[in-house]
Design a binder for this molecule. Structure first.
Ligand SMILES: Nc1ncnc2c1ncn2[C@@H]1O[C@H](COP(=O)(O)OP(=O)(O)O)[C@@H](O)[C@H]1O
Ligand SMILES: [Mg+2]
Length: 502
């Protein structure tokens, strides 16, 4: 007899349909899985055998063949355990085969027959909704499955329970409505905790308003990490679609707490400078998203940015330009979304004290230049804002009057973003940081006074054409924060301050 049902494979951050067929026929007892399973899927034979027996069913001592189709999609992980077990029970007549029609099934099995959580449930639930199928999923993954409003879910705690439910024609759980925006940004760190730092706070606000990449330069302990961590909380609340995308990426990476459901906040990722290329960019044999994708729609914070491997920093170019990472594999190229706001932090020099009045710094001018040159040109070209973060004097640190909180700043950021959305409607770019070429010339037009200012700055500071572009993009955002349709002299004057310093 033949058991047939459907399951799913994860490709990148999307789910793709997999047909599972199980044939049980006469002959010597064997158990084979075909259709490009990797070793993790082949191991499911032992789990399925044990789980079936411990659930009170007899394991057929016959010739069992499992086929996973299409054969050109690599199958990986333990999530085929449950569909294989159910198909097997259908093939031997314990479960009427028609009970498996219209179902998509995922779940891992433990040896005693319990169903265990798997990664990538959200993309599979989205696929089930698209196909109008019901989803059998591990009970532990129910909060993740419930994010998708249009799909009927049947939670499985154990193989015996799900077989009984299907035999009884159990109803799936009704779809639910998920609320997001209301919960968003409730748990993030607040700018109200930051004492002083007017200049740096302003730069962080401009970065959020125009989605400009930001470099914080300052001595150790000045508050660079403190500020960077507060950036997600002043970005506009994630939309439902953005929250779904973040949750799916974390789920596929295996980083979602099973009970978590939809991630309410924009991600903040801070990989260490010793992180491997794959950890940062993504990849591997069974490609997983890297830090640049986990930071999608949020903030990627590279502390001690000059300490990162040069090759890894170079690899940031593709995601920073295209908003995606492409990982080439033998059978197909997998794409991971990775549109993030980059925040880099660095000391002003190797010893950390250049530019301080204390004259503690022992680095020569050449040393300092060499230190800054470790940040390569292409990456620097994509960083619109550079700001010096000074150490805050003790009297200010000890002052307990609360500073402006994140909610107030977020409101200004949201309004500035709305102006950009309206201006770039129907355009490829959505924020000022995306402007380049003719579109930058159109939307970043300066008046005569502004041009004079920039010209003088270019002569005085030795700015290049790229520096001019950065000033225009930033000035556009400052004007948007000021609710001004035109870029005025004062906006340009402020933008000029956020240039490379050393
Ligand atoms: N402006 C500030 N307001 C409040 N606390 C601060 C400020 N600057 C520094 N601190 C305190 O000093 C600690 C070190 O700051 P941190 O952000 O780690 O410095 P950096 O990353 O520049 O080395 C913070 O955890 C915080 O407790
Ligand atoms: Mg730090």
């Amino acid at each position: 007899m033949l058991g047939k049902l459907r399951s799913a494979a994860i490709i990148g951050v999307d789910a793709s349909l997999v047909d599972v067929e199980i044939d049980v026929s006469g002959g010597l007892p064997t158990f084979a899985v075909v259709g490009l399973p990797d070793s993790t899927v082949r191991e499911s034979r032992d789990r399925v055998r044990s789980a079936v027996q411990h659930s009170g069913f007899q394991f057929p001592a016959r010739r069992i063949t499992v086929n996973l189709a299409p054969a050109d999609v690599r199958k990986s992980g333990a999530s085929y355990d449950l569909p294989i077990a159910l198909g097997l029970l259908a093939a031997v007549g314990i479960l009427p085969p028609e009970r498996l029609a219209g179902l998509l099934v995922i779940g891992a099995l433990s040896l005693d027959g319990r169903v265990q959580a798997v990664r990538g449930v959200l993309p599979v639930a989205l696929l089930a909704a698209r196909l109008g199928q019901r989803l059998v999923l591990p009970a532990a993954n129910l909060p993740e499955g419930r994010i998708v409003e249009e799909v009927g879910l049947l939670p499985a705690a154990s193989l015996a329970q799900v077989v009984a439910d299907l035999n009884n024609g159990a109803e799936t759980m009704p779809p639910v409505t998920v609320e997001t925006a209301a919960r968003a940004a409730g748990t993030t760190l607040d700018l109200g905790d930051v004492r002083g730092q007017r200049g740096a706070r302003r730069a962080v606000e401009i970065a959020a308003a125009g989605r400009h990449n930001l470099l914080l330069v300052g001595p150790p302990g000045a508050g660079k990490t403190l500020l960077a961590r507060r950036l997600p909380g002043i970005l506009p609340c994630p939309t439902f679609e953005e929250a779904v995308a973040s949750t799916a990426i974390h789920s596929v990476a295996g980083l979602l707490e099973p009970a978590a459901g939809l991630l309410p906040d924009r991600p903040f990722r801070a990989p260490h400078h010793s992180a491997s290329h794959v950890a940062l960019i993504g990849g591997g044999r069974d490609p997983r998203p890297g830090e640049v994708s986990l930071a999608h729609n949020g903030v990627l914070f590279l502390d001690e940015i000059v300490e990162f491997d040069r090759r890894a920093l170079e690899a940031l170019r593709e995601p920073m330009e295209d908003g995606v990472v492409r990982v080439a594999r033998a059978l197909r190229t997998v794409q991971f979304p990775s549109r993030f706001l980059l925040v880099g932090a660095m000391n002003p020099c190797a010893c950390g004290y250049a530019g301080e009045s204390s004259e503690r710094c022992r680095c020569s001018r050449t040393d300092i230049n060499r230190y800054h040159d470790r940040l390569s040109g292409p990456l620097r070209d994509r960083i619109d804002l550079t700001v010096r973060v000074e150490r805050v004097p003790f009297q200010l640190l000890a002052d307990d009057t609360p500073a402006e909180d994140s909610r107030t700043v977020r409101d200004r950021v949201r309004r500035a973003r709305e102006r950009q959305t309206a201006r770039y409607r129907g355009d490829k770019s959505s924020t000022n940081a995306d402007l380049s070429g003719p579109r930058l010339r159109e939307h970043g037009r300066l008046d005569l006074q502004g041009l004079v200012l920039v010209e003088r700055a270019m002569q005085r500071l030795g700015l290049t054409g790229r520096g001019f572009d950065r000033i225009r993009r930033v000035a556009r955002t400052i004007a948007d924060l000021d609710e001004s349709p035109a870029i005025r002299r004062s906006h340009v004057a402020e933008a000029i301050q956020y240039r490379v310093i050393h």
